[in-house]
Design a protein. Structure first.
Length: 149
């Protein structure tokens, strides 16, 4: 019985990360045209700017940073939140690797790369799902066009 429960959780997680991939592509249809070091940006009046930076690219696999930025009173631009995501275009999913905001930093994979925190993984993928939905609802569309901030 415990095995069935594990399978159902895994199936739900798979569905979520596939839906997140579709949402990410709706936000950034040009994502696969980018190379390492390139950026997509979106600005919607009344909302924080949204950014994607390509950190790594190998065939149909990317590691990207997705972040909102706000301006601190001292003038610094602060990412909040900022997530690193693993994007697999061949299989069609996106999965959270890290999360940080002005107060915390969390990573799914241990420093020695031998363990994955499955509870954190599910939590971050659920957060990502809601964040992507919110960004779409706000009208964000990530492009390579210059942005005025």
């Amino acid at each position: 019985m415990n095995t069935d429960r594990t399978k159902n959780t895994k199936k739900t997680t798979q569905t979520l990360i596939q839906r997140n991939y579709q949402r990410l592509l709706r936000l950034s249809p040009d994502l696969w045209q980018l190379d390492v070091g390139e950026t997509l940006k979106s600005h919607v009046d009344g909302h924080m700017s949204l950014n994607v930076d390509v950190l790594s690219k190998k065939s149909q696999r990317l590691i990207i940073a997705l972040s909102h930025y706000y301006q601190h009173p001292c003038g610094d631009m602060i990412p909040d939140p900022d997530m690193q995501l693993y994007v697999d275009g061949q299989v069609g999913f996106v999965e959270a690797l890290t999360y940080q905001d002005s107060l915390i930093y969390n990573t799914v994979v241990s420093a020695d790369k031998k363990r994955r925190d499955q509870t954190l993984r599910r939590s971050l993928n659920n957060f990502l799902s809601q964040w992507l939905k919110n960004c779409l609802a706000q009208g964000h569309q990530l492009t390579q066009a210059p942005m005025n901030t």
